[in-house]
Design a protein around this ligand. Structure first.
Ligand code: NAP
Length: 247
């Protein structure tokens, strides 16, 4: 896919799925602005790998749960590259626990990062994207947002919320050349899933028709399609990338 002349902001681009998205967009020629929470060394590696692919890239430390930091991130992207054409809301965390023992702080942290973070980012780019009559927004939801998961009520609520927000934004922005879609990955091999016990991995594998965990690149290619010109007539959709889990 060709992203020449386009600038993409990818939240959580220092590791995992976000990093794979940065590289996929860079491979297509996009300028990439990635943000990260605290892992500067990994963010610098993503920048170097994007540059090795011939793209321009910039890493910005930004907590997506902070509206002012998000505004500064988008201002930096626009002042550096002139515009933001693509936004990928990928930054996300888990703080798992069963309902009866879940702490308020763990519920709030997950919703603040995964749901409010995506809201802050979309709000910050909506006006410039509407003015330029072009935008591609891709939000990372999850199979857990579609089906629920014991021990993840905070995460499931945030990822189901992302789907509602995606569809509402798609309706608000449809006449302005801005599409808003979501990708719902299944179980993807990243740091986020590395902590799973072997028993949990075996049980998860049994629920995946394709019989394997996904790779970050599997998700990145779906994100890149939704971020491309080729997806101009696709909006408000949730694309599951999960080896058949959520059928
Ligand atoms: P990951 O490997 O844990 O990476 C998380 C990324 O988000 C890192 O770049 C991290 O930055 C960044 N981040 C975390 N909190 C942030 C904050 N407050 N502000 C800015 N950046 C922040 O995660 P992943 O597995 O690649 O997941 C990426 C997205 O896909 C998430 O939204 C996740 O919910 C979703 N997803 C993942 C799976 C899966 O199986 N892995 C399945 C479904 C959905 P630092 O490096 O600085 O910490």
């Amino acid at each position: 896919m060709n992203f020449t002349g386009k600038t993409a902001v990818v939240t959580g681009g220092s590791r995992g799925i976000g990093k794979a998205v940065c590289l996929e967009l860079a491979r297509g020629g996009a300028n990439v602005v990635l943000c990260y929470a605290g892992n500067a060394a990994s963010a610098a590696e993503t920048v170097a790998e994007c540059e090795a692919l011939g793209a321009k890239a910039l890493a910005v430390q930004c907590n997506v749960a902070n509206a002012e930091e998000v505004k500064a991130l988008m201002d930096t992207a626009i002042s550096t590259f002139g515009a933001v054409h693509i936004l990928v809301n990928n930054a996300g965390i888990t703080r798992d626990g069963l309902l009866m023992t879940m702490k308020d702080a763990d519920f709030d942290a997950v919703v603040d990062t995964n749901l409010k973070g995506a809201f802050y980012c979309m709000r910050a780019v909506a006006r410039p994207m509407m003015r330029q009559r072009y935008g591609r927004i891709v939000n990372l939801s999850s199979v857990v947002g579609l089906r629920g998961n014991a021990g993840q009520i905070n995460y499931a609520a945030s990822k189901a919320g992302v789907i509602g927000m995606t569809k509402s934004m798609a309706k608000e922005l449809a006449t302005r050349g801005v599409t808003v879609n979501a990708v719902a990955p299944g179980f993807i091999e990243t740091d986020m899933t590395a902590a799973m016990t072997d028993a949990a991995k075996t049980a998860t594998l049994a629920s995946i028709p394709m019989g394997r965990l996904g790779a970050a690149e599997d998700v990145a290619r779906a994100v890149a399609f939704l971020a491309s010109d080729e997806a101009a007539y696709v909006t408000g959709q949730v694309l599951a990338v999960d080896g058949g889990m959520a059928m």
